[in-house]
Design a protein around this ligand. Structure first.
Ligand code: GLP
Length: 240
């Protein structure tokens, strides 16, 4: 596990974007695993700038997002479809047919299965991850088996409370999501995990302690051979 500690969120975002740009320069037809949430927003901003400056192209890139809420329309401002369009896809030259997110508008279980089938036919070169305060990756909540593949998950109360900030009320936060499973995530060739802010300091400490267990899903990353974690000082504070 490679740990990079940077001063602040801006540096974390630039460092993460640099790793992605290097990957795409080395392999222009990379398959990228992408994440949502507040943490990678700065990284997407840096990627948009790099694209606008001609430093990188996404024209041969394929993307697979980690997860999507169930039961909200792709045009809903809090859907991950919408997030990805706004933060990245609308601004770059990725081909729409090369972009993949779970489709969770109806028949969630068969949508999860189709997404899993798609994932089985590919190999993700670089998977970007954030982390939930309870240690979730994607939406794999504590207790999820490390053998779990893409599935419909009932979100933990803690996750719904954490994500309430993006909605008008807790009631509006979806109760279910489709997420890549831990097994899918672990099949990526390389993983890049971003952790930012004081509110993630306890989570980062728990992760960096190194104890592996399903009670803390991100701990599975200790079993992967190519993981880079970028933390800012605020997130790293308690782990020193
Ligand atoms: C969300 C997403 C995760 C994300 C995590 C942290 O619920 N499903 O993919 O990594 O929670 O989000 P944030 O970066 O907003 O703290």
């Amino acid at each position: 596990m490679k740990i990079i500690v940077v001063e602040n969120y801006e540096q974390l975002s630039n460092e993460a974007a640099k790793i992605i740009i290097n990957q795409l320069q080395k392999k222009p037809n990379s398959v990228m695993g992408l994440a949502t949430g507040a943490t990678p927003m700065g990284m997407y901003e840096a990627l948009r700038k790099a694209y606008a400056n001609g430093e990188v192209s996404f024209k041969d890139v394929t993307t697979f997002n980690l997860d999507e809420y169930c039961g909200i329309d792709p045009n809903h401002p809090q859907s991950y479809h919408y997030y990805m369009q706004q933060n990245l896809f609308n601004h770059i030259d990725v081909k729409p047919e090369n972009v993949h997110l779970p489709s969770a508008t109806s028949d969630w279980n068969s949508a999860a299965k189709s997404y899993n089938d798609l994932l089985k036919q590919t190999k993700i070169d670089l998977q970007v991850l954030g982390i939930g305060s309870n240690g979730h990756i994607g939406f794999n909540e504590p207790g999820t088996s490390f053998e779990q593949e893409t599935f419909v998950v009932e979100l933990a109360e803690k996750t719904r409370l954490d994500n309430q900030r993006f909605f008008n009320s807790l009631e509006e936060v979806p109760r279910f999501a489709i997420t890549m499973g831990i097994k899918n995530i672990m099949q990526a060739k390389q993983i890049l995990l971003l952790i930012s802010g004081k509110n993630k300091a306890k989570t980062a400490k728990r992760l960096l302690e190194g104890k592996v267990g399903t009670d803390f899903p991100a701990s599975v990353l200790h079993l992967h051979k190519s993981v880079t974690i970028i933390l800012d000082e605020d997130a790293y504070g308690l782990a020193k």
